[in-house]
Design a protein around this ligand. Sequence first.
Ligand code: UT7
Length: 323
Amino acid sequence: MKNSRILGTGSYLPDRVMHNSELEQLVDTTDAWIRERTGIERRHIAADNETTLDLAYAAALNALDAAGMQPNDIDLIVVATTTPDCVFPSVATMLQAKLGVTNASPAFDVQAVCAGFAYALGVGDNFIRANAASTVLVIGAETFSRILNWKDRNTCVLFGDGAGAVVLGASDEVGIHSTHLHADGRYKELLHVPNGVSRGYDVMQQQEAFVQMRGNEVFRMAVSKLHEVVEEALLANNLEKSDIDWLVPHQANIRIIQATARKLRMDMAKVVLTVQDHGNTSAASIPLALDTAVRDGRIQRGDKLLLEGFGGGFAWGAALVTY
Ligand code: UT7
């Protein structure tokens, strides 16, 4: 059985940066509150004519370049997104066409909201382990700004747009040691966009087309489930907390990240933080953080990484990786 390794990483952020001060003009909030309660200082927002596909495409080219691969080397594309361009086809198939991949390899989307990248990575890794693919493009891409109610201070200050990608390749060396995926559908009301196409397009004009969250309750659950899943990942690999070189967490809130780091007894200097610059980019946040730390030289080949994310569903997951 082959293992999968990360051959290259990439990312893309839209040009437009929205600072907290701009949000002060839209809702009853302050830069100080947002920084203190979330750690967010700014986020990127897609241009009107920019879609999730465009963001995914730019991140994919970036990752392919880093891996030294051509689009037709790819034999599976998995895109994690909750904000696809169309009901169908999937972003993944549109991306396949945009990249010029003509080898008829499979391409599909995965929807697990903020845990989407952990899920997509698990899928890609397992395709390689099952010998069903040898080079996989795994992407997290979101235009979450499109499903925000810009009058709701509970949610609009938290999210941003972006995309991150990795190219996985079959290898004799262990890259992805394990992935650990979970869901508990009983908590839907705490974090959701209540409506969708199956309930009728007319309601899509209303508030129900936007993210609604009971933040405090989500926060408590996130801290508890992330603690459990990182412990599970360490135990499965017979590793100690001190064996981890970098925590690459989902970037929802600096206080959630600090709580996980504390439980891992990890110095915050060993945690990749992008929440201040990107906000919560849902499925894109883990690969965006990963690519940031790979490109600035913090994450080196051979480093042990713990990736984790939690979000709507609830769905959550972790991956233990030697980069
Ligand atoms: O990625 C998917 C998973 N998502 C998460 O993990 C998000 C989890 N939740 C959170 O990050 C935090 O709960 C929030 C950042 C959403 C909220 O922080 P909090 O410390 O839990 O605040 P809270 O909801 O308990 O609200 C405290 C106060 C409330 O006012 P009162 O009732 O005490 O008067 C809110 O109305 O803060 C108020 N508030 C705000 N004030 C200024 C809520 N949003 C804002 C805001 N600006 N934007």
